[in-house]
Design a binder for this molecule. Structure first.
Ligand code: 13P
Length: 341
């Protein structure tokens, strides 16, 4: 490890551990402008700068949620926005003891020469952007690589795994240089018709490739968080694996590939229902103790009921906050394996 990184490591470790403090996890509210438009469209709300701000404000000002939410991943636009009272969101979060984070990738784009596969862009100029984000209050960051399963076409290719792992590792090294904790997110998508066994195989290959790249880039594992998919059957699969099977396959896969130096694993929900995402996390924590904290960094599984309840109606804002609080509390309980439906 180089001397510069060694001097920053204590801070990186401290923030990483705070993000996976007992009973707490992360809210992913970092949908890009295109993705949040889809979410708002789904409840009949036009996506404007103000509706995006107001929707995020409802989530971020839910009182009591800070008991279960350690950090929030924001999109660039949101990090620059403020509450109705003019308090920048990053300051508001800090005042609640919640750590502001920022999505820094520029999205998954088609991987040239590999039809059907993607690689995530955003490395150019990242060093300067990270320094600006640190000035704006961000203490951790996220970069998402996307891995598509298509068994008929032999996907994912090894090249796709390597290209995405390389980008994730370069991003992670730059974050640590800037004193920002990188969340390393290699997401094996669950949109296909593959079995849970195929997902386990692809997730094994993906994590193996990612940790090799992190090692080669000199990333300090004590100062990162891993944000993986769970090992689960594709949404279109004829046989859906049960919750216990998902929990066991996921823990087996993580045990094989994630070094104990990594302080925490924060799952994405990836299109699972909110209840199932909670149930899976709960079961995995019941199987502990594990070498790392097993926590959440859910987007849809934390937000879906709140978004549906609000649907642009100011009169429903408080009910939406109650819906968000409920999901946060359920996932907080699942951190201890103490959730019940
Ligand atoms: P989901 O939980 O909706 O998958 O979102 C998490 C996330 O941040 C994906 O990058």
């Amino acid at each position: 490890m180089n001397a510069e990184l060694a001097s920053k490591l204590d801070q990186l470790k401290r923030v990483a551990r705070e993000l996976v403090a007992p009973g707490k996890g992360i809210l992913a509210a970092d949908e890009s402008t295109g993705t949040i438009k889809k979410r708002l469209d789904s409840v009949g709300v036009e996506s404007t700068e103000e509706t995006r701000r107001r929707y995020r404000e409802i989530l971020l000002t839910t009182s009591g949620a800070e008991e279960f939410i350690s950090g929030v991943i924001l999109f660039d636009e949101t990090l620059r926005q403020s509450t109705r009272d003019g308090v920048p969101f990053s300051q508001h979060l800090k005042s609640q003891g919640v750590i502001p984070g920022i999505k820094v990738d520029a999205g998954a784009k088609p991987l040239a020469g590999h039809p059907g596969e993607k690689v995530t862009e955003g490395l150019d100029g990242l060093r300067d952007r990270l320094s600006e984000y640190a000035d704006l209050g961000a203490q951790f960051a996220k970069w998402r690589g996307v891995i598509t399963i298509d068994a008929a076409k032999g996907l994912p290719s090894d090249y796709c795994l390597t290209a995405n792992a390389h980008a994730l590792a370069r991003y992670a090294a730059l974050c640590q240089e800037a004193g920002i904790v990188p969340i390393v997110e290699p997401e094996v998508l669950m949109d296909s018709d593959n079995s849970i066994e195929v997902c386990e195989d692809v997730t094994n290959r993906t994590l193996n490739t990612v940790f090799q790249a992190l090692f080669e880039h000199g990333v300090a594992l004590e100062g990162i968080l891993l944000k993986p998919n769970m090992v689960i059957a594709g949404k279109q699969a004829k046989r859906q694996a049960g919750p216990q099977e998902v929990a066991e396959a996921t823990v087996r896969c993580l045990n094989r590939h994630v070094p104990a130096a990594v302080p925490g694993i924060v799952f994405l929900s990836g299109g699972q229902s909110d209840e199932l995402a909670t149930e899976h996390l709960n079961l995995m924590n019941r199987m502990g103790p594990h070498p790392w904290e097993l926590s959440f960094s859910y987007g849809r599984a934390l937000q879906a009921p709140a978004l549906k309840t609000w649907a642009g109606d100011e009169g429903k804002a408080e009910a939406a906050q109650r819906a968000f609080y409920h999901r946060a509390r359920c996932n907080g309980a699942a951190r201890h394996g103490e959730w019940s439906a």
